[in-house]
Design a protein around this ligand. Sequence first.
Ligand code: TXA
Ligand code: MG
Length: 329
Amino acid sequence: MLRTEIMDGEQAIARGAERIRGGDVVAFPTETVYGLGADAFDRDAIRKIYAAKGRPSDNPLIVHVADKSQIDELARTVSLQARTVIDAFMPGPITIILPRAACVPDCVTAGLDTVGIRMPAHPVAQAFLRACGTPVAAPSANRSARISPTSARHVYEDMQGRIGLIIDGGACDVGIESTIVDLSGDTPIILRPGAITPQMLADALGRVETFAGEVVVARAPGMKYKHYAPDCPMVTCADREKAFAAYDRIAAQGGRPILLCGTDWTDAADGRRLICLGDDARAVMRNIYDALHRAQAQADYIVCQDFGDRGAYASVMNRVRKASGGNAL
Ligand code: TXA
Ligand code: MG
């Protein structure tokens, strides 16, 4: 068992970068979720990421950069469409899939001919990546199939004893993983929805498609795995009275249910236990993973409001539906 340290400030960034250059893994904050990083060019260090997460090795990693010039080193070609996305949304909560350059190791891309690249906007992430002096491959800093971490404490609870250092940069402001857009072909395709919405991408690019097919040969291989699952059963429900009835049924059986919902449900909740997610899509996005972490610690049954698919709510519901395994009332 490793001793897991949590540090913040300048010292944490210096120590983290030292560890990365020494071939170790480090958890660090970004504006989306916390990542578990390693030197993207160090195969042994990359293997430590897969081991710490318990991640299947056919699921590729995103490479994080501090500087746009590093994108040209990692990609074989950067199309005009890709330049448009880079100019409009980077740094920020987006990952672009581009044809990979020969320098990117197979273990990072899981053998694919493409590479995912992200430039986070979080000031601590930027300072850390600059101090590392190398692109940093990083998945989210949770064990495979568990809820993604949006605070240093979430990382600690899940990865304690498996990694040596967590850089604490506070709570993540965006709250769910980056939008992934595949720009390796002629048509831009959204592989994973996030804070950068299809509408925002369509406004910048003129057109964009959303990958909706069945994942057989995976486009984003991560999509075929079970994801974001809490420790207890979870259902979603769009109808408030039905959700309350489900809660009451579990409570009457001696269970410990909890409601995850927006402010429009909280006033009517009448003493039922709940975690309020906020009153707009950005707030719900920022709070959803922390709420899931807290809910699974306090309850044995989660009833989550279905917010529908308008605007950024669609990205939140993408994660919530995976967390609930598609169970809807
Ligand atoms: O916001 C984020 O993207 C966070 C922070 C840490 O940057 N990272 C993150 O990484 O969510 P991860 O590994 O949990 O999810 C990355 C997803 C996986 O589903 C993976 O299959 C997909 O990106 N992916 C990575 N490289 C790819 C590629 N070349 N082609 C298609 N999908 C790729
Ligand atoms: Mg993940």
